[in-house]
Design a protein around this ligand. Structure first.
Ligand code: ATP
Length: 501
């Protein structure tokens, strides 16, 4: 009768079997996997299998001894081995993507007799690029298909974004015929015909972004993208990635596949840098280099990419004062200030108020599917009294609220006061009467040509009609016996036209 083994002997045997099993499994995995590596608890690679050596060139290493001994996170981009060491939790199946390719991997912690994590083993089972006859092939094929679908979707999205980046505005969309605006538009047309950097200066809401899009649309780059970036809206720590992009494998998380920066997205077109005065000094130095070299280096890459981008910058801040205070680099300021364009605040071009309000009310009606509402002459006179610190944007908001809250088709001072409680009624100008009086026939003909005299009479006659109809252009056109469009044309052709102010 065979001897019954003692409990102690059984335990010893089991321990032996387990050790043997562990060693044999280790050898089996080392052979079955494409590659295998072992790290110690301080993250250092202590061993790699024969198969793993195939990945070294793609990871940027020629010899095993340059790789072994290094912390794993430094030499294998995007690895999560450190997480396994820190949590002691295995990751049985994961996809790892880095500059060597995409791989199906497993990561297992190694523990000592007391259960302490003393290291980890990483196994590479399948390489997405290679088609091995393995049981994992269906899974990798599925992954391959999904990745292809994702790339197709990204390409479609990028094409859509380029379409959406086409500018919405032209120089004619910048409403206004006051002398200040006519001068701005003339300079903008000149700017559009060159590739020089434009610096748009002006208070908030004066139309800097609109003008940037308009210059792009009138330039030779109109068919290429217009890309805008609001520097004030982006945290300082993310600005560089936003501008210059991120190389694949440089980061984990959302950026692990890399992404293009705004400079690259705007290649061939125009990059609009809004709120340039809010740019941190460290990024200013890098921006200056990109503007001078027309080259960008994505974060985490050691390759520079050539770009061809026209820059339009804008700010509402006093850049020369910031330069004097050491808050803005003088060299960058001079590099940006090639073609400065100052957009006048609304209070300096009250003559445009009527046309701008009319345009904005038209736009508000179109977007909200409401009927078009007009302003009474008193309402317009009251608007002319206001200082408009928020400029056209503030005017738009006031008109939008007033249009929404009022029932009638004509907005009066009371309607506007609901949206802008401090609004004061203003005097209605009697200028047309003065002009009409001044048009009495002179004692002698000669100091004015006939066309000039006719134009003067026409302007005064139109002004008189508008005054009589309380600024209602439809009614004024009727009184004058011309079409409304003709009236607009005539008004637009007269710089500085101030019918009601
Ligand atoms: N001259 C103009 N003609 C027509 N619309 C205008 C004009 N100026 C401004 N607007 C309108 O006013 C709003 C604000 O303009 P925009 O965003 O271009 O101003 P901004 O100067 O860039 O402002 P911020 O400095 O606050 O960014 C927009 O809806 C724009 O279409």
């Amino acid at each position: 009768m065979p001897l019954k083994p003692s409990a102690a002997a059984l335990l010893r045997d089991a321990d032996e079997v387990l050790k043997l099993a562990a060693r044999s499994m280790f050898d089996t995995f080392a052979q079955a996997a494409l590659g295998m590596l072992v790290v110690d608890k301080r993250h250092r690679i202590v061993w790699i299998s024969e198969g793993y050596k195939r990945f070294l060139p793609a990871l940027g290493f020629e010899h095993e001894d340059e790789f072994v001994g290094k912390p794993v996170e430094e030499v294998v981009p995007n690895t999560l081995m450190v997480q396994v060491l820190e949590t002691g939790q295995p990751m049985l199946v994961d996809l790892l993507t880095n500059r060597a390719g995409t791989f199906l991997v497993s990561r297992l912690p190694l523990r000592d007799d007391s259960g302490q994590v003393i290291g980890a083993v990483g196994l590479v089972f399948a390489n997405h690029g290679e088609h091995h006859e393995t049981t994992l092939q269906p899974l990798m094929l599925k992954f391959s298909q999904l990745q292809q679908d994702l790339e197709d979707a990204q390409r479609l999205l990028a094409a859509e974004q380029v379409k959406n980046r086409r500018p919405k505005y032209t120089i004619a969309s910048f409403i206004g015929t006051s002398p200040a605006v006519m001068e701005v538009k003339r300079t903008a047309r000149r700017a559009a015909s060159s590739d020089a950097t434009v610096l748009l200066l002006g208070e908030t809401g004066t139309g800097k972004e609109l003008m940037a899009q308009a210059i792009h649309a009138a330039s030779g780059r109109a068919s290429k993208p217009f890309v805008g970036i609001n520097i004030a809206a982006i945290p300082d720590s993310l600005l560089e990635a936003e501008f210059f992009g991120v190389a694949p494998g440089a980061y984990t998380g959302a950026d692990r596949k890399g992404r293009s920066g705004k400079f690259k997205l705007a290649d061939g077109g125009t990059l609009f840098l809004d709120e340039i005065g809010d740019m941190p000094m460290a990024v200013q130095a890098k921006l200056l280099r990109v503007l001078q070299e027309q080259e960008v280096e994505p974060l985490g890459s050691n390759r520079v990419e050539r770009i061809n981008v026209r820059v339009i910058a804008a700010t509402s801040r006093d850049l020369p004062a910031m330069v004097a205070a050491g808050q803005f680099r003088a060299d960058l300021f001079y590099r940006l200030n090639v073609l400065p364009l100052r957009l006048p605040p609304l209070r300096e071009r009250v003559a445009d108020l009527d046309a701008l309000a009319e345009h904005l009310l038209d736009d508000i009606a179109r977007r909200s599917h409401m009927p078009h509402k007009s302003l009474s002459a008193e309402a317009l006179a009251a608007l002319a009294q206001h200082a408009w610190p928020g400029n056209a944007r503030e005017l738009r908001n006031v008109l939008e609220q007033a249009a929404l809250m009022s029932d009638g088709m004509t907005l009066n001072v009371g309607d506007l006061q609901q949206a802008l409680p401090g609004l004061q009624p203003g005097p209605i100008s009697t200028a047309p009467q003065h002009q009409a009086a001044a048009l009495m026939l002179p004692a002698e003909v000669g100091h004015k040509t006939l066309p000039a005299a006719v134009a003067e009479l026409e302007a005064a006659y139109i002004a008189q009609a508008l005054a009589q109809t309380g600024g209602n252009k439809q009614a004024a056109a009727k009184l004058l016996g011309i079409a409304r469009a003709t009236l607009y044309e005539k008004m637009a052709s007269k710089p500085g036209w101030q019918p009601n102010v």
